[in-house]
Design a protein around this ligand. Structure first.
Ligand SMILES: [Zn+2]
Length: 582
């Protein structure tokens, strides 16, 4: 094992060409050297482990080399180069500001700056984590940074650029180092494996690269820990075990179980995952990114976004073929919802289980439809998404589970007609509505026919505005008893008016109220239509202008409003020198 602990250091790039994943920066630096346009102060910003210090050292070595090559690389042979490579060059001075951030530390450094180097032309001063310097230390340093001696070059490095004061920023040439891409990290790890004679599974390196999150240094130290020194290998299995990563096999497995509506297996798998010590939240987030990967597979254009080894890629592709696009989108939404609700949930495991169960109900629709009428799938895609959303959201899951295919199709028509799901699902005979083979265009063409068949005969009793208000208030009182205060306020803050025969208009004060109303619209419409015996009733909302502008929110607004009512307040304010903001 100990043989490998050095790879981060051993494989530290020593020329600009070797630097991994920072081509823009290395190109600019070598061009500056070539053109002799080198700045005297640099600020290297970027995440940890992406090559800031490495680039600083290469820069130091290159500009001091006695035989710089045509393509601006150090020769690695001259006296200056060899002393660099053996780590005893006097031309490079490093200060870690994280632990040496006092004024004295900086004064020591500033004192050294005055002396020209013995060998080579330049002295390089690297101040790492420069944002950690105390403000006194910063000030002590500013003057030197302003007028550095010709032989001195400063490279300030930081992971937190926003903490650097503007006076420093304006004096430096700034380079933003980016996180290193997965593919760059993987090929570097492959290179290290090859050079060390290590037998590395590509999927294993993939996981390491993924876990390193864009830091090459982290990926290398992880790699060191994971190499099995007995047989010089690094395998997918050992990486998964050691890094305690939820295997993609689990995700592939549970997704298969979900889309085939195998509820019991889903429950067993999640149980197994939790028993293996994985966190339920972590699992649901992992499932979300798995679904995202499947989504990416759906389109050849986005396939490049799938960061997986070849073997794994084919597994994803084949699973993706078995998943409807609408299923993936819906399931992703469910994961997201679960993620949002997770922290607040009292029974987190149940929340995750319920989320998975809901997913199996989407799977059911997809597979049943496929078996029953493959013609529907393509043209009716848009309708499909809609329905499933409605059903799963509005109807208790259990109920959906027992729906027959006939009913499902019927709901589809109904949703397209914008009639509320809840009431219609309960209605009985479906056969007459059901079209043996229908597509979206069928639904469009036969709108009328379907509508009449479905709800015939429709109730259309006349009613007056005052009768409507009575019925409205009854509903509001019921809501009040249920303790839904927000909805109650929304319903009662203004009187609903009757605009046309059946169109009710309600003025609301803000978007929040609109949302509350929307969420409860089904129940409200149901109540109105039943109580007034009219199926044509519809509701629109209107943001009331006066309410929007009239309600004073800030202290200043309130003050202005008060002075309108009593102008003497102005005099009072001026005399006492009051600030209405407070
Ligand atoms: Zn050299």
């Amino acid at each position: 094992m100990s043989d490998f602990v050095v790879s981060a250091r051993k494989y530290r790039p020593s020329t600009f060409t070797d630097v991994v994943g920072q081509l823009a920066i290395t190109t600019t630096l070598s061009k500056a050297i070539k053109d002799n346009h080198l700045a005297q102060s640099f600020l290297f910003c970027g995440p940890r482990g992406v090559g800031k210090t490495t680039c600083a050292r290469i820069l130091a070595k290159t500009i001091n080399c006695e035989n710089i090559s045509e393509n601006v690389e150090a020769c690695d042979k001259c006296e200056s180069c060899t002393s660099f490579n053996e780590h005893h060059s006097f031309n490079i001075h490093e200060l870690d500001a994280a632990s040496n951030n006092s004024v004295d530390d900086i004064r020591n450094l500033v004192d050294q700056v005055r002396f020209a180097p013995q060998v080579g032309e330049y002295s390089i001063y690297i101040i790492d984590e420069v944002h950690m310097l105390s403000s006194a230390a910063f000030n002590a340093f500013l003057k030197t940074l302003e007028e550095p001696p010709k032989h001195a070059i400063f490279i300030l490095a930081t992971t937190e650029k926003h903490k650097i004061i503007p006076t420093i920023l304006s004096r430096c040439q700034i380079f933003d180092f980016k996180s290193i891409g997965m593919n760059d990290i993987i090929s570097h790890l492959e290179y290290v494996s090859k050079s060390e004679g290590i037998n590395a599974e590509k999927d294993a390196l993939h996981i390491v690269a993924q876990k390193a999150g864009g830091s090459l240094r982290d990926s290398l130290s992880m790699f060191d820990r994971l190499v099995d020194s007995t047989d010089l290998s690094i395998s997918y299995k050992s990486v998964i075990e050691n890094l305690n990563i939820l295997d993609h096999d689990y995700y592939l497995k549970i997704t298969n179980q979900i889309i085939s509506n195998d509820v019991s297996s889903v429950m067993l798998t999640i149980n197994e995952i939790l028993q293996n010590g994985f966190d339920a939240h972590q699992f649901i987030m992992g499932l979300a990114s798995h679904l995202r990967d499947l989504l990416v597979c759906k389109d050849p254009q986005t396939l490049v976004l799938l960061d997986k080894g070849e073997e794994l890629k084919s597994k994803y592709l084949s699973q993706s073929e078995n998943c409807e696009l609408s299923f993936l989108i819906k399931a992703l939404r469910m994961c997201n919802k679960c993620d949002v609700e997770y922290r607040a949930s009292k029974n987190q495991r149940l929340l995750v289980e319920l989320t998975l169960l809901k997913m199996t109900t989407i799977g059911q629709f997809v597979s049943e439809k496929k078996n029953n009428n493959s013609q529907i799938i393509a043209p009716a895609k848009q309708v499909e998404v809609k329905i499933k959303q409605e059903i799963v959201e509005e109807v208790p899951v259990i109920e959906v589970l027992h729906k027959t295919v006939d009913q499902v199709e019927k709901v589809e028509v109904v949703v397209e007609e914008k009639v509320e799901v809840k009431t219609v699902v309960k209605q009985e005979p479906l056969r007459r509505v059901r079209k043996s083979r229908f597509s979206l265009s069928d639904v469009m063409d036969d709108k009328k026919e379907v509508e009449t068949e479905l709800n015939a005969p429709k109730k259309s009793e006349n009613f007056t505005e005052s009768r409507m208000r009575e019925v409205w208030m009854l509903f509001a009182e019921k809501i009040n008893k249920e303790g839904k205060m927000n909805l109650f306020i929304t319903l009662t803050s203004s009187d609903p008016t009757l605009e046309e025969e059946t169109l009710i208009n309600l003025k609301i004060s803000n978007d929040a109220q609109e949302k509350i109303l929307d969420e409860n619209k089904i129940e409200l419409m149901d109540h109105l239509r039943t109580s007034l015996n009219n199926d044509f009733i519809s509701l629109k909302t209107e943001l009331s202008e006066d309410k929007k502008s009239d309600v004073p929110y800030t202290p200043k607004d309130k003050f202005i409003k008060m002075t309108e009512e009593n102008p003497h307040l102005n005099t009072l304010q001026q005399k006492l020198g009051l600030d209405p903001d407070y």
